[in-house]
Design a protein around this ligand. Sequence first.
Ligand code: SAM
Length: 277
Amino acid sequence: MTAQDGLPPLRDVIAAHGLNAVRALGQNFLLDLNLTGRIARAAGPLAGVTVIEVGPGPGGLTRALLAEGADKVIAVERDRRCIAALEEIAAHYPGRLQVIEGDALTTDMAALATGRVRIVANLPYNIATPLLIGWLRTEPWPPFYENMTLMFQREVAERIVATPADDAYGRLGVVCGWRTEAHILFDISPKAFTPPPKVTSSVVQMIPRPVPLPVDMAKLERVTAAAFGQRRKMLRQSLKSLGVDPLPLLAASGIPETARAEEIDVAGFVRLTDALG
Ligand code: SAM
């Protein structure tokens, strides 16, 4: 039997290539092509777009992205065992799938494609946050990608989209909110994966802000690390770890001395970072 796209069902692909999941590589595969189709459509419309996908694995999401009309998919996969399976998809969609065997953490994604680029991935959970931070650090800004549609553990997704009103608000929410508009699109149950992870996953979409408030990201991260490092303390205490007197800093930023990190929005952190000089 073949799937709608004329390729074998993913279970057969996994069996044929011996792709038993490796935990160290964060391998939780999505085998339901309806679900991978839903993720691909969430990233769409894809005509005229080159998609960069991290961790295609056996290729479920890759196939959906191609079936949904992406001009091209460039897929970066670290697990050598998956490459032959992915090459079969490439042969089925001539000239539209480029498979790169490599580590996404050390691959220069900006150099992979020109034109309209989007990033779509069911990320390996163990490196999801460092990958995201790397994409947010892109210079110059606006970045090489139009948007990112990414799957994270629900708990990480909540931290990405969090604002001061939310319990999950912290360093990640500040940098994500500074450079992007981020939304949780939908959740995916552990049951949908093979093998099932312990927790629910969420698909997050992030759209780069064309003109984020001007600030140096490394400095902003230093300030948020200090502020949230002791998140229950008042900023007049927690910011001492920056090695400066927090009081003039807070005064110059128009922030009360008694405020706590979790009450300060992105604009407030940008003012604090500016005041640090
Ligand atoms: N996209 C597939 C799916 O949805 O079924 C697989 C997703 S699985 C959660 C994560 C994938 O990322 C695995 O295929 C794994 O081998 C790959 N991976 C893990 N670490 C990687 C790295 N550093 N660079 C590139 N790919 C990596």
